[in-house]
Ligand binder design. Structure first.
Ligand code: FAD
Length: 457
């Protein structure tokens, strides 16, 4: 194992109630594991904070000692963090409390809660949260990066439904940020990520949705071109109540994958329709005419949407590529299928286009640092890389996919960016405003976020 410079755990152990793990402790390897097994995190120390006071104590310790703090829940976006030299990895898992005020249609969650801690409970009360495609994602990390889910075209980014955030800033103060208190911090956190402090609690709106017409149409893989072209034409006709995905899927032969899918390949259309079943069925008719091999659409409670996209429920080694697309004209669909579709030998597990636009593209009142997501589609490709030869083939296919997407690319959405990226492309002129917030709330650069904002260019 490469050298790791240990941060002395003794004073940290005196300062916090939670567990402190040093590089030579037995639990180090388990505690430093990210969701993507390709990411090899080696922090100088790990603190599993027990509460908000612990988070404040770690930040103050780091500040005094000239170290950095990297808050993390699931490690779903650990790739861009880079070296964790001189860094304390703060694991937020214990702050997983969730409370729902059904009457006020609002939720309060700890800074370490996952969507699966909230969504089923809210669903049982006829309420929906703006969660994403995987139930095991951290609510804080997802929301601070924007948060784009199955209701996104109608209800926008999760960040813009947040009403208050409690955070230990880079100066070690626990503050509550909302429209009245610390409004600039409140703005910066909602899109600017973990750059300003350790978030210990979030409050946000829930929506009165007790059922959704949602499901997947699975088609023969060989029909990918026909299906993706038909889906692309179809999205021009749907209202903002429909958020959908067109994709090509090659399921690996793993036991965890249910029998009809295991080891099989498909083209597919997934959709969530916020409308009565009859209206949604009428909309879907032209896609059903293409003859799906399986059709799982039904009227379901909101919690079912957590599983619609079939994201892997356990850590896996993978590489990915992503672009936002201004549009996906017919020639883009052709280029994607020719690059990584049937007959190309592509090993990619999934190549997907998420239909964006709608509320995602509109700038609403009182928005945060990520006001909108440009473009009409989000493209994402991913391949599993269990060993180096597989990684080389996946990398090659991702390059081909990126080349096919390039003529239509219009930026990236940071939650899907798994490497370092130019934040000016994402925030434009607002990057200066984020830098000013960084200077105020984390002047010493204690906070180490996955997509770092610095006080100077
Ligand atoms: C399988 C999969 C499916 C996904 N689906 C979607 C989707 O549908 N929609 C979408 O928008 N995104 C999606 N994402 C992206 C996901 O939202 C980001 O990876 C997000 O950063 C994950 O947050 P996390 O806390 O789980 O991950 P982590 O890697 O634990 O956190 C990411 C970053 O968030 C910040 N952070 C986390 N917790 C805190 C905290 N308490 N205080 C301060 N900062 C904190 C830190 O800067 C940290 O580096 C998906 C990712 C994967 C791998």
């Amino acid at each position: 194992m490469p050298e790791v410079t240990t941060i002395d755990p003794a004073p940290l152990r005196n300062a916090v109630r939670g567990e402190v793990i040093a590089p030579d402790d037995a639990g180090y390897d388990a505690a430093r594991q990210a969701f993507n097994l390709m990411v090899d995190q080696r922090p100088g120390a790990i603190v599993k904070v027990a509460d908000a006071d612990d988070a404040a104590a770690v930040v103050r310790f780091a500040r005094e000692q000239g170290k950095r703090v990297a808050p993390q829940r699931t490690g779903h976006n650990a790739g861009p963090l880079g070296s964790l030299e001189d860094t304390i990895l703060v694991k937020m898992d214990a702050l997983n409390e969730v409370s729902i005020d059904a009457e006020a249609r609002s939720a309060r969650v700890g800074g370490g809660a996952q969507w699966q801690d909230l969504v089923p409970q809210a669903s049982g009360m006829g309420l929906a949260a703006l969660h994403g495609s995987a139930p095991d994602i951290g609510i804080a990390g997802y929301t601070l990066g924007g948060g784009m889910g199955w209701y996104a075209r109608k209800l926008g980014l999760a960040a813009n439904s947040v009403t208050a955030i409690e955070v230990v800033t880079g100066t070690g103060q626990l503050v509550r940020a909302d429209v009245q208190n610390e409004p600039e911090l409140f703005w910066a956190l909602r899109g600017g990520g973990g750059n300003f402090g350790v978030v210990t609690a979030l409050e946000f709106e829930l929506y009165p949705i007790d059922s959704v017409y949602a499901g997947v149409l699975f088609f023969a893989y060989e029909k990918s071109s026909e299906v993706l072209h038909a889906w692309r034409r179809w999205v021009d006709e749907v209202p903002d109540e429909v958020t959908s995905v067109g994709r090509m899927l090659q399921f690996p032969p793993f036991e965890e994958i249910p029998e009809p899918m295991r080891g099989q390949s498909f083209s597919a259309v997934e959709a969530a329709c916020l409308m009565p079943e009859d209206d949604a069925a009428a909309l879907l008719a032209p896609l059903r005419e293409l003859g799906p091999a399986m059709d799982t659409f039904a009227t379901v409670p909101p919690e079912v949407l957590s599983h619609l996209h079939m994201d892997p429920p356990m850590p896996v080694p993978y590489l990915s590529a992503h672009e936002l697309l201004a549009d996906a004209p017919a020639e883009a669909i052709d280029a994607i299928v020719e690059a990584v579709g049937p007959g190309t030998g592509s090993p990619l597990l999934s190549v997907e286009l998420r239909h964006t636009g709608g509320a995602l593209e509109r700038v609403g009142d009182g928005h945060g640092a990520l006001a909108r997501v440009p473009g009409s589609f989000l493209a994402f490709g991913v391949g599993a890389t269990p060993e180096p030869p597989a990684a080389a083939a996946v990398e090659q296919s991702l390059v081909k996919l990126s080349e096919a997407l390039a003529p239509h690319a219009c930026g990236r959405y940071l939650n899907f960016v798994e490497e370092a990226y130019d934040l000016e492309v994402v925030f434009g002129d607002d990057l200066e405003r984020l830098r000013a917030a960084k200077g105020k709330y984390d002047p010493d650069g204690v906070m180490h976020a996955n997509h770092p904002v610095t006080t100077t260019p």
